[in-house]
Each structure stands twice: as C-alpha cells, then as structure tokens.
Ligand binder design. Structure first.
Ligand SMILES: *[C@@H]1O[C@H](CO)[C@@H](O)[C@H](O)[C@H]1NC(C)=O
Ligand SMILES: *[C@@H]1O[C@H](CO)[C@@H](O)[C@H](O)[C@H]1NC(C)=O
Ligand SMILES: *[C@@H]1O[C@H](CO)[C@@H](O)[C@H](O)[C@H]1NC(C)=O
Ligand SMILES: *[C@@H]1O[C@H](CO)[C@@H](O)[C@H](O)[C@H]1NC(C)=O
Ligand SMILES: *[C@@H]1O[C@H](CO)[C@@H](O)[C@H](O)[C@H]1NC(C)=O
Ligand SMILES: *[C@@H]1O[C@H](CO)[C@@H](O)[C@H](O)[C@H]1NC(C)=O
Ligand SMILES: *[C@@H]1O[C@H](CO)[C@@H](O)[C@H](O)[C@H]1NC(C)=O
Ligand SMILES: *[C@@H]1O[C@H](CO)[C@@H](O)[C@H](O)[C@H]1NC(C)=O
Ligand SMILES: *[C@@H]1O[C@H](CO)[C@@H](O)[C@H](O)[C@H]1NC(C)=O
Ligand SMILES: *[C@@H]1O[C@H](CO)[C@@H](O)[C@H](O)[C@H]1NC(C)=O
Length: 488
C-alpha cells in the first residue's frame, strides 16, 4: 500500500520533471517571427513570438513551395527610403550571443525584383543582403560579446526592392565559449560550420545543440560550397556518448559522426563566405572508430602555408582518450575565399585521418559608433513614449535618425537636430549642450518651458530656433550674437 503510493508519487513527480524539461526554453533564447501574429512553438521546441510590438513596417504572408515552417510564411518589410529600421533587443552585458537573421523573399511584393539592402548591428555594417532566388532562405549569423544591456539590429540602404526580414533570433552562450582576445573590437561572422559524416542532409541544431547553432551536413551539396576532392572518403559513426564538455562544446550528435580518409588523405575545397580575410578556424575531433592498437596520426596541409603543417594530430592522445573532444585551431588565421585543405596521414601512421566537424568565422571589425551616442541616448530616454525617439541603433550610423544630421568623421558627431513641432514639453534637456559638434538646433513650435541651458560649449552652433515655446528668462549674451537665432 505504502509502496504503491510512493511509486505513484514518484511517477507523478517524474511526469512533472518531464513536462518541465520539454517546455523549458534555454535562457537567453529570443525567436522573433517577423510579421507573425501569435506565439507558437515549432517542431524543434523553439518558442516563436511575433515582432509587432518592437517595430513599425508592414507585414505580409508569403507562400513558397516546400516551406511549411510557420516562421517563414510571414515577413515584415519597410519602405525603400534613406532611413534605418531597427529592432532593439535586451541582452545581458558581458555575455556572448549568436544573432541570426533570415530572409525568405517569396516574391512578397509580386514584383519579382530581388531586394538588396544592408543589415547592421548597432553602428557596424553587418552584411549586404542580396536576394538571388525567391524561394531560398538567406541567412546571416554573428557571434558577439554584449557590452550594453541592449543591441540593435537595423535594416537600411535599399538599393533594389524593399528591405524585409523573416526571422530574428538570439541565442545565449555559456562560460568562455567563443572567447577571443579580439572580442571587444571584432565580431565573428559565421562562414562555415560543417558536420562531417552526417547521416542526412538535415542540419543538426536545437535541441541536439543546446545553443542552437546550425551544423550544416557535409552531404548537402548546396551550390558546391563543399567539395570532397579525394577518393577513399568514408563515413563513420557511433552511438557511444562523446565527452564534449570543453572548448566550444559542439553537440554530441555532430561528434558521433565523422569522415575517415581510408587512403591516407581527406581533401576538400570549401567556399568561405565573407573571405578573404582574417578568421577564427577550429576543427573538432573525437576518436569514434574501433582502432585497436593501430595508430592514427595526421597533419593539416594548407597550400602556401607550410608552417601550419607542423603540428601532428593524434586524436586519442590529444583528447586523452576515445570518445572525447579534441579541438585544435587558430584564433587568427588569414584565409582565402576558396579554401583547399587536406589532412594527410603521417608516414608512421597506420590509419588515415578522421574529421568530425569544423567551424570557420570571419572577424568583422566593430564600428565604434558616433561620439554622441550616449549623450543623445540620455536625451532620447526622456521621450521614450514618442515614435521619433524610438528609431534605435546609432544616431548617425550606418545612416542617421530621421531628425538628426551628422558629419562624415569616422566617428561622426551630430551636427543638426530638427525637433520642430514634436510636442516637446518640460525643460530643454541640458544634455543637448554636450553635443559639441552641433551646428543647427531646431526646437521651435513645441511646448518647452523653463530657462535656456548654457550652449556656450557648442562652439559651432550657428542656427538655433526656439520660437513658439513657453521658455522664460533672458537670451544669454553669447546667443544674442548667433546670426540665425530665432527668439523665444
Ligand atoms: C507570447 O510570448 C511572450 C514571451 O514568451 C509572452 O511575454 C507573451 O505574454 C505571450 N503572448 C501571448 C498572447 O501568449
Ligand atoms: C496571413 O495569413 C493569416 C492566416 O492565414 C491571416 O489570418 C492573415 O490575415 C494574413 N495576413 C495578411 C497580411 O495577409
Ligand atoms: C519540393 O520537394 C520536392 C520533393 O522533395 C522536390 O522534387 C522539389 O524540387 C521541391 N521544390 C522546391 C521548390 O524546393
Ligand atoms: C548602400 O549600398 C550601396 C550598394 O550596396 C553601397 O555602395 C553604399 O555604400 C551603401 N551606402 C551606405 C550608406 O551604406
Ligand atoms: C551553462 O553553464 C551552466 C553552469 O556552468 C551549466 O549548468 C549549464 O548546463 C550550461 N548550459 C549548457 C547549455 O551547456
Ligand atoms: C586507394 O589507393 C590505392 C593505391 O593507390 C588505389 O588502388 C585504390 O583504388 C584507392 N582506393 C580508393 C577508394 O580510391
Ligand atoms: C590578426 O592578424 C593580423 C596580421 O597579423 C592583424 O593585422 C589583425 O589585427 C589580427 N586580428 C584580427 C582580429 O584580425
Ligand atoms: C596489438 O599489437 C600486437 C603486436 O603489435 C598484436 O600482437 C596484437 O594482436 C594487437 N592487438 C590488437 C587488438 O590489434
Ligand atoms: C546626461 O548624459 C550623461 C551621460 O552622457 C548621463 O550620465 C546623465 O544622466 C545625463 N543627464 C540627464 C539629465 O539625462
Ligand atoms: C501633445 O501632447 C499632449 C500631452 O501628452 C497630448 O494630449 C497631445 O495629443 C499631443 N499633441 C500632438 C499633436 O501630438
């Protein structure tokens, strides 16, 4: 009797645990279904939310053959003007994230003109989105270290068609995954993340990868981006668990498959999006074959880079055991657009090389942004309920806010503020006087009250319009000399 009750209790308890485990989203996951209308959970267990409360723009439905995933059947699009359209997302400062944006055109505008526009992360030009097929998903991914409590992802600079977006995703990393010494000045733009020996063309991602990275199958012959140019390449796999609790923690499922060069070599040609340039390149190895006491030793051979061929890989020895991750790589290596690489057996090795996965990311230099970013943010935060104050991103880069003009310095300064007739109330924000590059200030036709703050530090200020407000007090004497001053 007692025992039965205990068992029932424990069954109930484990059911609760099970439900918890299946509904618990990883912390720091944000999955925006752009243009979507309601929350839903997809077949992977990712929880999608619509983007309607985050941004303006228009939404529409598309229909693309063979695309049944709900998040790709809607999109949000924006006017082809000289503005930028930004999502602002909350992040945890000092934490690394993956941000992923996808674009499925689907001829949403019935125009069959493939759009081309830019995407930026904060002040940094992230990529130019070039649609070249109505039914193919374009995808861009960056790894970044959050330094502020929010990030902005913006679309701008439509050169053809209208800018649009299908999904925007944030995935939070743990511990020191993707830590580099360059991370305060560079983002990592994902170029290749390949699962070798994959048992299908389907990518491996969440929940197999708790960070929802997308590991592309080596059997996917997408535009010949990866070509096996050697004979004797064979797939191997195991069901044994793999210890992946170090380095970048590649998913176990990726490490359970590999390719082996039965004839002594693995040779590939790989197209690296975004390259030539400097990048982060790592290989993921785990011994998953029954090798007995045979040796497996090999070297990486890159044409024109003899120095890189010196280290010898002996997976079992390097990983200190079978079924354990060994992750050698380069934090900063110069790579071409077409990478030819070979792993070759050493003369004293009886087995050919084995490769489970590899990942190559390009360093993308961060733009420091406008000098006035934090000052103008403090001003804008006073008007957080107004549309004009919510444009997001950097005030000047890659294109300025609609009511701002900037100079063309590498780190631009705000030169003009045009807030005429915006229904501003309260005092003129004192922090406006900290915009040292200000030339024109238009605040006329509002309901501003109180005294005029001291603009004498804005030495370039030439035009100031304050008329049609309820300001009080005298015009400061230095202001009376401004040629284009309009009185209170
Ligand atoms: C949708 O999901 C978000 C985030 O999980 C939540 O804040 C919101 O309340 C949900 N909306 C509805 C209608 O359930
Ligand atoms: C998109 O499709 C949904 C469901 O079929 C429908 O409710 C919605 O009105 C459509 N939206 C637009 C903009 O056509
Ligand atoms: C849709 O799927 C079918 C069967 O898998 C395939 O033959 C066809 O090429 C696919 N069409 C598109 C547009 O991908
Ligand atoms: C806009 O895009 C064009 C073509 O891609 C490029 O030449 C130009 O520099 C871009 N402008 C800005 C402001 O980024
Ligand atoms: C993240 O780190 C915490 C603490 O180190 C750990 O408990 C958790 O399992 C990690 N999550 C993943 C997905 O590795
Ligand atoms: C491996 O190399 C041997 C000798 O060079 C050759 O005869 C054989 O065909 C090769 N095997 C494959 C699968 O290419
Ligand atoms: C990588 O190395 C090159 C050449 O030594 C150097 O110019 C560059 O700043 C380094 N770092 C990055 C992130 O590119
Ligand atoms: C290991 O090597 C020894 C001698 O080289 C050989 O006798 C033995 O059969 C090998 N064992 C296995 C499991 O291959
Ligand atoms: C003015 O800006 C600074 C940062 O530049 C900020 O610390 C301060 O709180 C701001 N003052 C007001 C009144 O917003
Ligand atoms: C100006 O602000 C007041 C008070 O918030 C509001 O009632 C009024 O509708 C606003 N007028 C315009 C033109 O935005």
């Amino acid at each position: 009797m007692e025992a039965t009750r205990l068992r029932l209790l424990s069954i109930a308890f484990s059911l609760i645990l099970l439900l918890d485990a299946t509904t618990a989203q990883m912390p720091g996951f944000v999955s925006l279904d752009c243009g979507g209308t309601g929350n839903f959970t997809d077949e992977l267990g990712l929880e999608w939310t619509p983007d309607d409360r985050l941004i303006d723009g228009k939404i529409t439905n598309i229909s693309v053959a063979n695309e049944t995933r709900k998040q790709y059947q809607t999109l949000r699009y924006f006017p082809a003007d000289d503005r930028k359209y930004c999502y602002t997302l909350e992040v945890i400062s000092r934490t690394r994230y993956l941000v992923r944006a996808t674009f499925l055109y689907g001829n949403f505008d019935n125009n069959n003109v493939y759009p081309k526009f830019d995407i930026s992360l904060g002040a940094t030009h992230w990529a130019t989105i070039v649609i070249s097929d109505a039914n193919t998903i374009e995808l861009q991914e960056l790894i970044f270290l959050a330094l502020d409590p929010t990030i902005s992802v913006c679309l701008s600079n439509a050169t053809t068609g209208q800018p649009f977006i299908s999904t925007l995703e944030l995935r939070q990393f743990n511990g020191s995954i993707y830590l580099t010494q360059y991370e305060s000045q560079f983002y990592l733009s994902i170029s290749a993340r390949i699962n070798f020996g994959a048992d299908s063309e389907a990518p491996v991602r969440y929940p197999d990868d708790p960070f929802d990275r997308i590991w592309v199958s080596d059997s996917l012959r997408k535009a010949n981006y990866l070509v096996d140019v050697a004979a004797g390449t064979e797939k191997v796999s195991t069901n044994m668990p793999i210890d992946v609790s170090s380095g970048e923690r590649p998913p176990q499922k990726v490490m359970q498959t590999a390719v082996v060069g039965r004839n002594g070599s693995l040779t590939y040609r790989l197209n690296l999006d975004g390259f030539p340039g400097f990048g982060w390149a790592f290989t993921y190895f785990a011994e998953i074959e029954d090798v007995g006491n045979k040796s497996r030793k090999f070297r990486l051979v890159l044409p024109g880079m003899p120095d890189l061929s010196k280290p010898i890989v002996n997976i079992e020895e390097n990983a200190q055991g079978k079924y354990r991750l060994y992750e050698p790589g380069y934090y900063n290596i110069s790579l071409p657009f077409v990478l030819n690489f070979r792993f070759g057996r050493t003369s004293d090795s009886s087995l050919g090389p084995l490769l489970n996965a590899m990942e190559i990311n390009k360093y993308l230099k961060k733009n420091d942004g406008s000098v006035d970013g934090s000052v103008i943010s403090s001003v804008v935060s006073l008007y957080s309920s107004t549309d004009w104050a919510l444009e997001g991103g950097d005030p000047c880069l890659p294109v300025p806010w609609s009511w701002v003009q900037c100079n063309s310095d590498p780190q631009p300064r705000i030169t003009k503020i045009e807030l005429s007739g915006k229904n501003l109330t309260g005092n003129i924000p004192t922090n406006l006087t900290m915009l040292s590059g200000l030339v024109e200030l238009w605040l006329d036709g509002n309901s501003l009250t109180g005294p005029i703050p001291d603009f004498s530090g804005c030495v370039d200020l030439k035009i100031i319009h304050l008329e049609n407000n309820q300001l009080t007090g005298e015009l400061p004497s230095y202001m009376a000399e401004l040629p284009n001053l309009r009185e209170l």
